[in-house]
Design a protein around this ligand. Structure first.
Ligand code: ATP
Length: 239
C-alpha cells in the first residue's frame, strides 16, 4: 500500500489555479523528487499536503486515511513534516533549543536529540549557537533536524539547496543520503535536475500546475526531463 496518495489535487491562490488536479503516490521508503520551473506549483502542492494552504479539490490519503480536512498540527501528528523553503527557525534560540521544541510537540519515535545530532553531524559543533547567527547551510540542516524531531513517516523538503554554497549542498545531501539509506520516505522539490535524478527513486515533473512527466529516475534522460520542465515538444528537446 502507498504511504501517501494524492488524487485529483487542486489548489488555488484566489482566482489563480496553481495546481490542476495532480495525482501521484509514494510508497514507504521511497524518495520522490518534484521538479519544475519557477511558478510550476511545487511549493503550493507541498503547502496543501502539509495543510497550511487549503485544498480546493481532490483528496490526500496518508496510510490509507483521508487527511484532506486535517489542520496542519493534525497532519504533523499523523506523520507529515515539511522543511519549508526559507527555513523559519526561532532566531533567538540556539540549535538544541530549536530542535527540542519541535520534539516536545511532535510524535515520539526513533528520532531524539541524540539521533538527530548523529544523523546531522554538522550540527554538533553549533549546538549552543543561536539560530540567528548561523549560515544558510547550517540553518537548513537545523530545519531538517527540526522536521525529524517530529518523527515523521513522510518528510517534505522544499528546495533544501536553494542559495547554499556547493560545499553546504554536498554536506546536506550526504545527510539526506544517510536518511534515505535508513528508509526515510521523502518528497524533495529540487531545482538541480542532476541532483534530483541522482538522489530520488522517482521523478514527477510539474509544468503550470500539472504533472507532465513521471517515471523512475533511471528511466528518464536529462533531455526528456528538461523538455518536460520547459514544456517543449519532442522535436524541440534540449541537448
Ligand atoms: P518556485 O520555484 O518559484 O517556488 P513553485 O513551483 O513552487 O515555484 P508556487 O510557488 O507553488 O510554484 O506558485 C504556483 C503559482 O501560484 C505561481 O503562478 C505563483 O505566482 C502563484 N502563487 C504562489 N503563491 C502565491 C500567493 N501567495 N498569492 C498569489 N499567487 C501565488
Amino acid at each position: 500500500m502507498s504511504l501517501l496518495e494524492v488524487d485529483g489535487h487542486v489548489a488555488r491562490h484566489g482566482l489563480l489555479t496553481a495546481v490542476h488536479g495532480i495525482s501521484f503516490s509514494i510508497a514507504a521508503g521511497e524518495v520522490l523528487a518534484i521538479v519544475g520551473a519557477n511558478g510550476a506549483g511545487k511549493t503550493t502542492l507541498f503547502r496543501t499536503i502539509s495543510g497550511v494552504h487549503p485544498l480546493a479539490g481532490g483528496t490526500i490519503r496518508l496510510g490509507g486515511s483521508d487527511i484532506s480536512g486535517f489542520a496542519p498540527h493534525r497532519r504533523v501528528a499523523a506523520g507529515i513534516a515539511m522543511v519549508p523553503e526559507g527555513r523559519r527557525l526561532f532566531a533567538d534560540m540556539n540549535v538544541t533549543e530549536n530542535l527540542a521544541i519541535a520534539g516536545e510537540n511532535g510524535r515520539k519515535g526513533e528520532w531524539t536529540l541524540a539521533t538527530v545530532f548523529d544523523a546531522l553531524p554538522q550540527l554538533k559543533p553549533i549546538a549552543r549557537v543561536a539560530a540567528g547567527g548561523l549560515s544558510g547551510g547550517q540553518r537548513q540542516a537545523v530545519a531538517i533536524g527540526r522536521a525529524l524531531m517530529s518523527n515523521p513517516s513522510l518528510l517534505l523538503l522544499d528546495e533544501v539547496s536553494l542559495g547554499l554554497s556547493p560545499i553546504a549542498v554536498e554536506g546536506l545531501y550526504a545527510s539526506l543520503g544517510a536518511l534515505k539509506s535508513s528508509g526515510t520516505t521523502m518528497i524533495v522539490v529540487e531545482q538541480d535536475l542532476d541532483r534530483a535524478t541522482g538522489f530520488a527513486d522517482r521523478i514527477v515533473c510539474m509544468l503550470e500546475g500539472r504533472a507532465v512527466l513521471e517515471d523512475k529516475s533511471g528511466a528518464l534522460t536529462r533531455s526528456e526531463i528538461a523538455a518536460a520542465y520547459f514544456g517543449l515538444e519532442a522535436g524541440e528537446r534540449m541537448h
